[in-house]
Design a protein around this ligand. Structure first.
Ligand code: CP
Length: 313
């Protein structure tokens, strides 16, 4: 594996999940693998879990870690070729990516969608720019269209918690006052396509995800109907994909409650707005898996870094 940019970079999800669970049981078992190697974490956007869990994963493997809040502290980057740079951008991705590679063996990047320009967002200019020019492995810590470290952690959590041969898993939209990207939902869908599960997506009309991604998956616009018999309910807000980046509904009837959850386990990637996305009674109950999902972020990052270190040794 050269890069970890999406779930497509995983050759066998079940094997990776089992390996991640083994790392979780003994996190320091490969503590010399990353000795003498440095990872650089570049954040164009805020983070709690991704930042700390990826650092922790790298430290468990004996790596050195450099972190930069590039979005607030770095030079504004230019991504277009041949631009006369007389406007707001100060440095071209060609130099910036090659410079980072002078200091690090792996670069991990967080760069969210703008939600204003679908074409540009889907071109993944930041991630692909580093991939093209850095010449070192690139890890996606949430890009415009995907959050594969989160989805891998969610696969680990499902594997640990599931007791059925074929569980029912529901991805349910929830209201949110701000326009949020599609990355988490997209990668969760991609991950669920690799699972033996009865998978249903539910959201109000106007919130369909990218149809190229959801092709063949059941979409049920009636949330109550979708939740019937669910074993796991993954709740997430996203803005409209068709009316790109717009908030079309703040309908509180979509907030997840204990009554709606019934006997299912609750999942969310965090951060979450209490009593907007989900009621306190759910988050504070034993049916909430959110802290275990956050815990598993370390082992999803660790299995990815381990595979990359093995490939560059
Ligand atoms: N779930 C997740 O990626 O959390 P952060 O945005 O805090 O990193």
């Amino acid at each position: 594996m050269q890069h970890y940019l999406s779930l497509k970079d995983i050759d066998s999800l079940p094997q990776w999940v089992e390996e991640a669970k083994s790392l979780k049981a003994d996190p320091r078992q490969h503590k010399y693998l990353g000795q003498g190697k440095t990872i650089c974490l570049l954040f164009f956007n805020n983070s709690l879990r991704t930042r700390l869990s990826t650092q922790k994963a790298a430290m468990n493997l004996g790596m050195e870690v450099i972190v930069m809040n590039f979005g607030s502290e770095g030079w504004a980057l230019e991504y277009e070729d041949g631009t006369v740079m007389d406007q707001g951008t100060s440095e071209h991705i060609k130099e910036a990516a090659q410079v980072v590679a002078q200091y690090a063996d792996i670069v991990a990047i967080r760069a969210f969608a703008s939600l204003t320009d679908k074409k540009k967002d889907e071109a993944e200019v930041v991630m692909n720019g580093f991939k093209k020019y850095a010449g070192i492995p690139v890890v996606n810590m949430e890009s415009s269209v995907g959050h594969p470290l989160q989805a891998l952690a969610d696969a680990i959590t499902l594997s640990e918690q599931n007791t059925k041969k074929r569980p029912k898993v529901v991805l349910s939209w929830a209201p949110h006052p701000k326009a949020l990207p599609h990355a988490v939902a997209n990668s969760f869908v991609e991950m669920m396509k690799l699972q033996d599960a009865d998978f249903v997506i539910t959201h109000p009309k106007g919130y369909d995800l990218n149809p190229r991604l959801t092709k063949g998956i059941e979409v049920e616009y009636d949330q109550e109907k979708a939740l019937e018999g669910a074993d796991f309910v993954y709740v997430k807000n996203w803005s409209s994909y068709d009316d790109y980046g717009k908030v079309l509904s703040l309908d509180g009837n979509w907030t997840m409650t204990k009554k709606k959850l019934a006997n299912a386990k609750f999942m969310h990637c965090l951060p979450v707005r209490r009593n907007i996305v989900v009621a306190d009674e759910v988050l504070d109950s034993e049916d909430s898996l959110v802290i275990e999902q956050a815990n598993n972020r370390t082992y999803s990052a660790q299995i990815v870094l381990k595979k990359l270190l093995e490939s560059i040794k």
